[in-house]
Design a protein around this ligand. Structure first.
Ligand code: ADP
Length: 623
C-alpha cells in the first residue's frame, strides 16, 4: 500500500474511533442524566406513596376497633339472644344508625351465627341489609372463626365497593354473632394524582381495588391463577368485574420495588417508573407509576449537551492545532526567509570572490597570452634558425650548382664574343640562347632558395595547400643530392588533388627535413630508395616518407622528436629538424609519427586535416 494512502486510511480510522468514543460518551452522559432523573422521580414517588399510605391508614385505622366495641351495647347482645324481638331490632337499628352517622362509616350491621343480618344502620333504606344472608362473605366467615378481619369487596346488595370490618360479638366468652362495618374508601381516589402520573392500590391477589386511572380499576397486576379466580368468583368479592391484567410490561428492573415499565396507552414514550409500597397490615400494596418524560428529556438534553460540548472541544482542539500549525508555518517561513537572506549574502560574497577570481584570471590570461606570444615568436625564430641550418647544409651543393652554370656562362659568353668577332652570327646566337637558359635555371634555383628562406608568420591561419605541389617544391631543393647520390625516387599518390589544411611554406619545410634525413640515412646503403606516398581518409591526409636506410633503433626512437637530439657528427646536424617538424604538424592539428618499413628502413608519416573533398583519381609518379 502506498504511504500516502496508508496515512489517509489511518487518519480515517482514528476519526471513526474518536467519533465512536464521543458517541459512547454522549450516550453514557444521557444514561447518567436519565438515571439521576429516575432517582429524583423515585424519591418523589416514594414520598407520594408514603402520603397515600398514610392517608389510607388514617381513614381505615379509626374503624378497626369500632365493630369490637358493639358488643358493649346491651341491646345488641339482647337482640342476638332474642332475634325475633322487633322492638329490640328497632332499638339496635336506631343505635347503629346514629353510630354510623357519628363514625362516618357507610354501613354498620349485626349478623347472627347463621350469617343473617339482624340489624343494620341502613334499615330505613330500600336496599337495607336487614334480612340479607352474608355468611359466604370472607370477612364474616373469618370473624365467625374468631379472626377479626378486614376485607375489600363490592357490596352484594348495593353493588358499591367498600372496605368491610368484622368482629365477633361475645357474651361470657361465647360468640353470639358478628358486628360488621363497611367504609367507602373510593373517595380517596379523588385526592390522588391528576396529570400524567398514575397510582393504584392492589390487594393481596394483585387486583387493583382503587386506581387513579378508571380503566385500571379491577384490573390485575399479573394474570390471576385459576384457583384464585375461582375463589374470587365464589366469594363475589368483585361482583361481576372481569379482572383483566393491566397492560404493562417490565423493561428494566431497578430493584425489588422499582422498575421501568412500558405501559400501554401511557403518554410520550410509554415508559414509566413503577414503584410499589407494601401495606403489610392489610396485605395490600400501593403501585405508583411516574411519567418518565422528564427523565427522557433530561437524558436527551444531556446527550445533546455532551455532543455539543465535544463538538466545541473538537473545534477548540482544531482551532488550537490550526493556530499551532499557523505558528509553525510562520516560524518555517521566517526560517526560510533567514536561510534565503543567508543564501543571498553567501551568493553576494561568492559573486564578489568570483569576480575577484575572474579579474585575477583575466590578468593571468593576459600574462599567459603575452607569454604565448613570446613563445610563438621564439618558436618562429627557432623554425627560421632550423631553416637556415638546412640552407647552410645545402649551401655547398648549391654553390656547386651555381658555379657550374657560371663557368659555362663565362666560357659561352667568351665563345659568343669570338664568334661575333668572326662573323659567325648563327652560332653566336645559339650560344646566347643556351646562356639565357642557364640564367633562367640559376634564377629558378635562387628563387626556390629565397622562397624557402622566407620567414613565415606563425600566426597565419591554415589554408588549403595542394599536397602534390608541396612535395614537388621540397623535392626541388634536394633534387641535386638525389641525382648525385643515385637515389631512386618514387611517389605514389591516389588522389592528385588532395589539399591539406596547413601552410605551404611550413609543410615544405617539414618535407625538406624528412627528405634530408632520409638521404643522410641512406648514404651508407647499397640500395637507395626514397618513396613518398599520399593517402587520404574522409577527413585526414597521410604523407609517408620512406627510405631504405637502416631505420630508427628503438632506443633512438624515444628521443627522436626531442630538440637537439642528433646522431650525426658535429657540424652536420643540430638535432632540431624533427622537433620543429613535429611541432609544425601539431600546430595544424595533425601529428608526425615514425614506423619501420618491411625492408627495415624508416617511414615518417605526416598526418594533417583534409582541406576539401575531391573525387578519387589513381595516379602513380615515378622519379
Ligand atoms: P639532425 O638531422 O640535425 O640530426 P633531426 O631532428 O632531423 O636532427 O634528426 C634527429 C636524429 O634522428 C638524427 O640524428 C638521426 O639519428 C635520426 N633520424 C632522422 N631521420 C632518420 C632516418 N630517415 N633514418 C634513420 N635515422 C633517422
Amino acid at each position: 500500500m502506498p504511504a500516502a494512502q496508508k496515512t489517509s486510511w489511518t487518519r480515517w480510522l482514528t476519526f471513526a474511533l474518536l467519533l465512536a468514543a464521543g458517541l459512547a460518551l454522549a450516550v453514557a452522559a444521557g444514561r447518567w442524566a436519565e438515571n439521576a432523573a429516575i432517582e429524583r422521580l423515585r424519591e418523589a414517588g416514594a414520598q407520594r406513596l408514603q402520603s397515600y399510605a398514610l392517608g389510607l391508614e388514617n381513614l381505615l385505622s379509626k374503624y378497626d376497633f369500632l365493630p369490637g366495641t358493639l358488643e358493649l351495647n346491651k341491646d345488641v347482645i339482647a337482640l342476638l339472644a332474642n332475634q325475633h324481638d322487633d322492638g329490640l331490632r328497632r332499638e339496635v337499628n336506631t343505635y347503629l344508625e346514629s353510630m354510623n352517622r357519628l363514625s362516618r362509616a357507610t354501613t354498620i350491621y349485626i349478623v347472627n351465627l347463621q350469617g343473617m343480618t339482624q340489624a343494620a344502620s341502613n334499615w330505613r333504606l330500600p336496599d337495607s341489609f336487614v334480612g340479607d344472608n352474608v355468611a359466604f362473605r370472607p370477612y364474616v366467615r373469618d370473624a365467625m372463626i374468631g379472626k377479626p378481619g378486614g376485607f375489600y369487596g363490592v357490596g352484594t346488595t348495593s353493588r358499591e365497593p367498600g372496605y368491610f370490618f368484622a368482629h365477633g360479638i361475645y357474651r361470657d366468652g361465647k360468640m353470639l354473632g358478628v358486628a360488621a362495618l363497611k367504609v367507602n374508601i373510593e373517595r380517596l381516589e379523588a385526592s390522588w394524582v391528576q396529570g400524567r402520573d398514575r397510582v393504584l392500590l392492589a390487594d393481596a391477589n394483585g387486583v387493583a381495588i382503587l386506581s387513579s386511572v378508571p380503566e385500571w380499576k379491577y384490573g390485575t397486576l399479573a394474570p390471576l391463577a385459576p384457583a384464585v379466580r375461582q375463589e374470587l368468583e365464589r366469594s363475589r368479592q368483585f361482583h361481576s368485574h372481569s379482572l383483566k391484567p393491566i397492560g404493562y410490561r417490565e423493561v428494566r428492573t431497578l430493584d425489588a420495588r422499582a422498575s421501568v415499565v412500558a405501559v400501554d396507552g401511557a403518554p410520550g414514550s410509554g415508559r414509566m417508573l413503577r414503584q410499589a409500597l407494601a401495606l403489610r397490615a392489610r396485605d395490600w400494596q400501593f403501585v405508583y407509576f411516574s411519567d418518565l418524560g422528564p427523565a427522557d428529556a433530561s437524558a436527551r438534553s444531556a446527550f445533546i449537551f455532551a455532543c455539543l460540548s465535544q463538538a466545541l472541544l473538537a473545534m477548540l482542539v482544531l482551532y488550537a492545532r490550526q493556530r499551532r500549525l499557523g505558528r509553525q508555518r510562520l516560524r518555517a517561513r521566517e526560517d526560510l526567509q533567514r536561510a534565503y537572506d543567508h543564501l543571498e549574502t553567501m551568493v553576494a560574497e561568492r559573486t564578489a570572490s568570483l569576480q575577484q577570481m575572474t579579474e585575477n584570471l583575466s590578468a593571468e590570461n593576459l600574462v599567459r597570452r603575452k607569454a604565448e606570444q613570446q613563445l610563438r615568436q621564439a618558436q618562429s625564430e627557432l623554425v627560421q634558425a632550423a631553416k637556415m641550418a638546412v640552407l647552410g647544409q645545402m649551401s655547398a651543393g648549391m654553390t656547386h650548382e651555381l658555379n657550374q652554370p657560371l663557368t659555362a656562362l663565362r666560357t659561352m659568353a667568351d665563345n659568343a664574343r669570338v664568334l661575333i668577332e668572326r662573323g659567325r652570327l648563327p652560332e653566336a646566337s645559339a650560344n646566347l640562347a643556351t646562356i639565357s637558359q642557364l640564367v633562367a635555371r640559376m634564377g629558378l634555383i635562387t628563387g626556390q632558395l629565397r622562397q624557402f628562406a622566407r620567414k613565415t608568420d606563425a600566426t597565419l591561419p591554415a589554408q588549403a595547400v595542394p599536397v602534390a605541389a608541396a612535395i614537388t617544391g621540397a623535392l626541388f631543393l634536394v633534387e641535386r643530392r638525389v641525382e648525385q647520390e643515385r637515389v631512386n625516387f618514387r611517389m605514389s599518390m591516389l588522389d592528385h588533388d588532395v589539399h591539406a589544411l596547413c601552410d605551404s611554406n611550413r609543410l615544405e619545410q617539414v618535407l625538406v627535413n624528412l627528405f634530408t634525413n632520409a638521404l643522410d640515412a641512406m648514404q651508407a646503403s647499397e640500395v637507395r630508395q626514397l618513396s613518398v606516398t599520399v593517402e587520404r581518409t574522409d577527413d585526414r591526409v597521410m604523407i609517408g616518407v620512406a627510405d631504405s636506410g637502416p631505420g630508427v633503433p628503438a632506443e633512438i626512437r624515444a628521443h627522436l622528436f626531442e630538440p637537439f637530439f642528433t646522431t650525426k657528427p658535429q657540424g652536420h646536424g643540430l638535432g632540431l629538424g624533427l622537433a620543429i617538424s613535429e611541432q609544425i604538424v601539431r600546430e595544424f592539428g595533425g601529428l608526425l609519427r615514425v614506423e619501420t618499413t618491411p625492408a627495415g628502413g624508416a617511414r615518417f608519416i605526416i598526418e594533417l586535416p583534409l582541406a576539401e573533398r575531391e573525387t578519387n583519381k589513381h595516379e602513380n609518379f615515378t622519379g
